[in-house]
Every structure is written in C-alpha cells, then in structure tokens.
Write a protein that binds this ligand. Structure first.
Ligand SMILES: Cc1cc2nc3c(=O)[nH]c(=O)nc-3n(C[C@H](O)[C@H](O)[C@H](O)COP(=O)(O)O)c2cc1C
Length: 353
C-alpha cells in the first residue's frame, strides 16, 4: 500500500461524501451508509466494541465481546455505554437523511451479545432535535489537553443543560461548589493511583495505546493519550512498565481545577441505563462540539469500586455515576483517533433455511 493511500485510508472514516447516500437504492445499502456515522462514536480505549447485522428494514446491534476490557470494565458497563453512543450517531444520521429510527433495547444482552435493534423508516418528519447535531458527528474529538482556566459561558451552559432529559433511565448534572470539586479531584487522583498500582490494569491499557499511524484502526494513539511527541511512540512501553499513577493523579486533579465545568452522567446499573447513558453522553458531546467546547473523560473514579461509592455520596446521586467528563476551552486536537473500516464491524445477515 502506498503511503498516500495508507494516509487516505486513515482519514477516510471521517470523510463521508454525503451525496453518495442518494445514489444508493437498496435499503440495506442505505442502512450501511448510515452506520458509517455510527462508528465515529467514542468508545472506552477506542475499542469500538460493536458489531452490526443489517437485515430487512432493521439493524441488529451487538456487543463484540472480543473487545472487552476485563480489568478496567469488568461488568461491560463502558462497553455498553459506548454502543449507546454509536446508536445516537445512527439516530442523528438517520434524521439527517430523512429517516425515523426506533430503537428497542434488550433487558439483558443475548447469548450472541445482542443489545438492541434499530428500525429505520423514511419519514417526512425526522427528529428535529437530532438533525442539527449531524454536522458535529465527524468533528467530535476527545481532547485530553489542558483547558484554559475560564468559566463556562452562560450560553454554552444553557445549550448543554437543554439536552438533559426530563424522564428516562439516564441523566447528567454539573458538579458545583468548591468543596465538591475538591473532593472530586481527590477521588480522581486516588483512583489513578489504585489503577496504576495494578500491573494488570497497566498491561491492559498498554495493549490499547498505539503508535500514531498504526494500521490496526483502533486504540489510542500515544499523542492523543497525552504523551508529548518524543515519548508518544514508546507510550505503550511506558504505560506498561511504570507506575505513573502518582503523576497522572496530580495532573488529573489539576484538570478538575482548570475545567470550565465537570458533568457527571448517572443511571441505574442495567443494560438500558447504560445504553441511555451512552446516547445522552453522545448528545452532550455533539452539542459541545457544535458550540466549540472541548471535552475529555475523567472516569477513573467511576471505574474503581470504592471511589465510585464515595463519588455517589459526594454528589448525592440517587443513581450510580456512570461517566465523568471535564469540559472547557482549549485547542482542538489536530488528528482524530483511528476507526476500523465499516466492513470489519458488519456481520453477515442470518441465512434462514
Ligand atoms: C464509555 C467511554 C469511556 C471512556 N473513558 C475514557 C477515560 O477514562 N479516559 C480517557 O482519556 N478517555 C476515555 N474515553 C474516550 C475514548 O478513549 C475515545 O473516545 C477514543 O479513544 C476515541 O477517540 P475520539 O473520542 O477522539 O474519537 C472514553 C470513551 C467512552 C465512550
């Protein structure tokens, strides 16, 4: 493969020629086209833990258990949340191209990993709340850099709060109050230390950090993970070999202090709650992208059982915290994290005999 072609294939997932949609006639080809937007969703460690089976008028959505993170995410909680984010992208793309998208979630994952089924149908009235988010789908990035110590603009706060659902299985709120934020920073730093003290955690993370330009199409490029240029190419080795928990904890505590706001997503620990968290999270991330607000994750305090309980108490949440993000103002990352081509996440339709 020529270097130019390799470079193109790495940016190709984000360059979707919209007009191609209208050249497709078969409903299954149109559905596959919409799934190109679904796979741009964020996922824990960029595992992209989804599979899709396109059937007559619907898409079956599966967890790909070969992409689990048994140490960081033993319950598959973040795996299901990631799939919720992909479902929201599918809904947004469907709305943009004039389709209604009805999603039926499973109570429990099927033996084959089935989590949900989406039905698509052409409509004259696609969801007006989702349509405007379409432009943000290829532009959204996780930004692990430092943000300016600047409060959140009132207008941006309003735009983000406007998506908070009034009912449903998942919600979010901004953490506020200097004491709460101090405690949150402490819990994040404690969780960093707990995680990095465990060699199994470090080994798992190291397996998903890749040199920039890797052909694997998944994982986090060293530079995107926050390693400065000279260290980025040896980032997997650094992460796997050294306990960076103390330094990371200090830097993450500073990130909490510098954030314009911290949003905490919560839901009950059930498949539906996790899927809805993923959908709400992605709605939040796309809205932030539209208004020019950067977002990074601070999930460690949710990933460690003890700090998760303390976080719940500190924030006085009725449900369990699921995702913590810091938002603020900073430079947009220049490069995207890779995606696998759509073909590698499509299952063959079932053959009925
Ligand atoms: C459920 C979930 C959990 C995540 N947890 C973290 C995290 O703890 N730390 C982090 O830096 N990024 C986290 N991320 C961000 C992913 O690493 C990121 O989405 C992925 O690498 C792809 O990059 P992109 O968001 O720029 O497309 C998480 C994303 C999701 C959806």
């Amino acid at each position: 493969v020529s270097p130019a072609r390799a470079a193109r294939s790495r940016t190709a997932p984000w360059e979707i020629p919209e007009e191609d949609f209208h050249t497709l006639v078969a409903p299954s080809e149109r559905t596959k086209f919409l799934l190109r937007y679904a796979v741009l969703a964020p996922s824990g460690h960029n595992t992209q833990p989804w599979r899709f089976r396109v059937e007559e008028g619907r898409v079956a959505i599966f967890a790909d258990r070969s992409r689990r993170l048994p140490i960081a995410d033993p319950q598959d909680r973040e795996l299901v949340i990631s799939i919720g984010a992909a479902i929201l992208n599918l809904r947004v793309a469907a709305a943009h191209f004039g389709h209604a998208c009805e999603v039926e979630a499973c109570d429990e994952p099927g033996p084959d990993g089935l989590l949900a089924t989406a039905r698509l149908r052409e409509t004259a009235r696609p969801d007006p709340e989702l349509q405007p988010l379409f432009a943000a789908v290829p532009l959204r990035r996780t930004n692990r850099g430092r943000f300016l110590a600047r409060p959140l603009d009132a207008e941006h706060r309003e735009r983000l709060l406007a998506i908070a659902p009034r009912s449903g299985a998942a919600g979010f709120r901004f953490a506020s109050g200097s004491e709460t934020l101090r405690e949150l920073a402490r819990l994040v730093a404690v969780a960093d230390r707990v995680q990095f003290a465990d060699p199994a955690y470090r080994a798992e993370l190291a397996r998903w950090i890749r040199p920039r330009g890797s052909r694997r199409g998944d994982g986090i490029p060293g530079d995107a993970a926050g390693f400065p240029a000279p260290a980025a190419s040896v980032a997997p080795w650094l992460v796997g070999s050294f306990d960076l928990g103390g330094a990371l904890g200090r830097s993450d505590a500073r990130h909490v202090r510098d954030a314009a706001a911290i949003a905490v997503f919560y839901a009950a620990d059930r498949v539906r709650g996790w899927l809805e968290t993923g959908e709400l999270l992605e709605r939040f991330l796309l809205t932030a992208t539209l208004v020019g607000v950067q977002v990074a994750f601070l999930n460690q305090a949710v990933q460690v059982g003890r700090t998760r309980e303390q976080l719940r108490e500190t924030l006085r949440l009725a449900d369990w915290p699921q995702i913590v993000v810091r938002i603020g103002y900073g430079r947009t990352p220049k490069l995207a994290s890779p995606r696998r081509p759509l073909g590698s996440v499509l299952s063959e339709p079932e053959v009925w005999t």
